[in-house]
Design a protein around this ligand. Structure first.
Ligand SMILES: O=C(O)C(=O)C[C@]1(C(=O)O)C=C[C@@H](O)C=C1
Length: 283
């Protein structure tokens, strides 16, 4: 009966995708927690950290509130994730810090008895990360207004210099599309006063690339010319506008981008590239 509801099957497929993403992210989180556990053990600080756990739950609750999810649901999910992290770190047996009862409820009996050997960090961790396209349903779950704000803020930072020296004048009255193919994300940007804004209108030209390649470009680990030449970045639509945008990408004054952002982009890009390599090696 329910199976015949029009449109329900595709919504359920999308829900399955989000659920897969949740589990994969939980697995990645547990791996990272193991790394945290190892680092703490090396520093002689092995054990639970109630203050940090509280912060983790509060951050989740705050984000949940912003995106319309009940905060207690978010902090409940994070409590379970922290329980899984403790299990991954095998914390409960010898350093329960007064929370043995709660921990034991969260831990399967086998974990109670002995510490799990910790795998080497690096390749194995990277291989576990899902490729960006598997994360797409999660990113698409971010409200469009939040996506728009994040993109506008990033563009304002990266393009502050070109905006001031007039390099962006070619965008006056034009609409440029940016498409992250594997994430299924697409925005159209236009010049509004002294800033690039995301608008709700069709693009005249579009630059399309994968999440990793766009990050490699932003992190200066690849140049635009190479990416266009190898067709990892693709231009469609109005050729003149597209080529001007492409030249801009090539000549962006990265030295003017705040150092913290440059370091973050560079690290993020190296991480994404290593993760892509590890993922391809696995498949
Ligand atoms: O941040 C840490 O120190 C961790 O070990 C990770 C984590 C978590 O899952 O977020 C797990 C246990 C600690 O009590 C605090 C936080």
């Amino acid at each position: 009966m329910v199976a015949r509801v029009p449109g329900l099957a595709s919504v359920r497929t999308a829900i399955d995708g989000v659920d897969d993403g949740l589990i994969l992210l939980l697995a990645a989180r547990a791996r990272l927690a193991r790394v945290a556990g190892r680092l703490k053990a090396h520093a002689g600080a092995r054990g639970r950290d109630p203050g940090r756990e509280q912060d983790v739950r509060e951050r989740a609750a705050a984000l949940a509130t912003r995106v319309g999810v009940a905060p207690e649901v978010a902090s409940g999910v994070l409590s379970l994730a922290i329980g899984e992290a403790c299990r991954a770190q095998a914390l409960a047996t010898d350093m329960d810090q007064g929370q043995a009862g709660a921990m034991r409820r969260m831990m399967p009996a086998t974990m109670d008895a002995q510490a799990q050997p910790l795998p080497p960090v690096g390749e194995s961790l990277l291989r576990l990360l899902p490729p960006p396209r598997r994360l797409a349903p999660l990113l698409r779950a971010l409200p469009p207004s939040m996506q728009k704000r994040l993109l506008e803020r990033a563009m304002a930072k990266v393009l502050a210099g070109p905006m001031q020296d007039g390099t962006l004048d070619f965008m006056a009255g034009r609409r440029l599309g940016i498409e992250v193919g594997d994430l299924g994300l697409r925005w159209v940007v236009a010049l509004q006063g002294q800033r690039l804004a995301v608008v709700d209108a069709p693009a005249e030209a579009t630059v399309r690339g994968s999440a990793t390649d766009l990050l490699l470009l932003a992190g200066r680990l690849e140049d635009a010319d190479t990416l266009f030449f190898q067709r990892r970045l693709v231009l469609t639509g109005d050729i003149e506008l597209g080529l001007t945008a492409r030249n801009l990408l090539d000549r962006l004054p990265w030295e003017k981008v705040p150092l913290g952002l440059r370091i973050a982009l560079n690290r993020g890009a190296r991480f994404a590239r290593a993760a892509r390599g590890a993922y391809h090696a696995k498949t």
